[in-house]
Each structure stands twice: as C-alpha cells, then as structure tokens.
Design a protein around this ligand. Structure first.
Ligand code: SF4
Length: 219
C-alpha cells in the first residue's frame, strides 16, 4: 500500500473522489455520483453528475424532477433508465424518511434503491470519512485476488476477507489506490505487470497474459 500511495501520487482521481473534492464532500452528491458510476467510464460519470447537479443540487430539488428529465440529464451513463428511477426514488426516501439528509449508517444506506454495499461503503468513506469501511468494486476485487490478499469469487466476499487480511489503517485507502491502479496499470485484461511497482511482490494469480509497457503520457 505504501508503494501504491507513492505510485498514484499525481494521477487523476476517480470520478467520485473528484466530485467529492470539488463539492466539499457533500454526501448527497457523493451518493448520487456513486449511483451513476456503476459500469460507467469515469469521464461519463463526471459529465453526467455535473449536468444533473447543475439542475438540482439537493434531494428535495432532485425529487421534483421527472424520471424522464433525469434520464435526459444523465444519458449516456450505462443503464441510465434504471439509474434515473433509482435516483428519483432515492431522493424521495431521503426527503420523506431522512429529512433530506444522507443517512450515516450502512443499515440505513442499504434501504435506498440501487444502493448496495459498494455504494454505501464509498459514501461512508468519501463523504463521512469513515475509517472502518472498505469499498470493494470490480477493480479492488480483481487486484486483491491477483495479489493473493484474498481468494474470493465475489466483491462482497472480498470485502469481508479484506477486513481479515489487511491492516485497518489502510481500509479507507484501499478503494482509491486500487481503483486508480486498476484503471491504468492492473487492468482487467493485459495488465501492465512489466511497469508495475508491485511486480516484485505480486504473485499475479490468475494473470495469463501481460500487456505492453504504458506510454509515457499515460502516467
Ligand atoms: S504485477 Fe501485474 S497483476 Fe500484480 S498488481 Fe501489478 S499489474 Fe496487477
């Protein structure tokens, strides 16, 4: 993790972290951006979130938008029809049940439509600065298994295993470091092991073919 911390220094932040920084960690915007980010490129998430927040910045304002309007604003994020319904329903629940605020516990976050453990953990870490959560997405799941930190089949299994196999002080950083690394170096196919700072430590479990070295401009 120390090697990764040095390696990602100066690299572009993932979309949710970027939105969080620009919006002073507004939990509502972190929640909505995370909902939009599933299976979507960072640049698309960022652009869609920006368009949506320009029109409605609070749960109350966003709950008043029609699903069709939300669809138009967030397109072309993947599953935009589905996500628009979740955004509207989530905003309604935030207004009616949580007085327009994003709840601060895993249990409460999981009642929101479209919010699973990944989204809830990211909101708790990024918006509420939790030190006790690990957010596992596809990058964290893949890289943790390649590194041999865990041997798991699903992201939820990976999350639970990582609590056992990693030092607590790193929990809030695992997502940021591994997502940033997974987007550039430890990619799903053809990971760039030849250029990876973790190469001397990594057993590369499950890796069958490695990719070319990155262009100087990629870093
Ligand atoms: S050495 Fe290869 S498999 Fe291991 S973390 Fe680096 S890029 Fe991923």
């Amino acid at each position: 993790m120390r090697a990764l911390a040095r390696a990602i220094d100066g690299l572009e932040l993932p979309a949710v972290e970027k939105i969080s920084e620009s919006q002073e960690q507004d939990p509502f915007q972190v929640l909505i951006a995370t909902l939009l980010s599933a299976r979507t490129q960072d640049a698309t998430t960022l652009a869609a979130s920006t368009r949506l927040f320009r029109v409605a910045r609070t749960p109350r304002a966003m709950a008043k938008l029609t699903v069709r309007r939300i669809q138009g604003l967030i397109y072309p994020v993947s599953f935009y029809r589905h996500k628009a319904r979740h955004v509207k329903a989530t905003c309604g629940i935030l207004v009616e049940r949580f007085r327009g605020r994003v709840p601060t516990t895993m249990e409460e976050l999981l009642v929101l439509p479209g919010v699973g453990r990944k989204t809830a953990n990211l909101v708790l870490i990024v918006a509420f600065k939790s030190q006790r959560n690990i957010c596992v997405d596809t990058h964290v799941h893949r890289i943790s298994n390649r590194l041999g930190w865990v041997r798991t089949r699903t992201p939820d299994e990976t999350e639970l295993s990582l609590y056992q196999t990693t030092a607590e002080r790193w929990w809030p950083f695992i997502n940021l470091y591994l997502v940033t690394w997974g987007q550039r170096v430890c990619r799903p196919v053809y990971p760039r092991c030849l250029e990876c700072v973790l190469s001397p430590l990594c057993p590369r479990l499950g890796v069958t073919q490695v990719g070319r070295a990155p262009n100087p401009g990629d870093r």
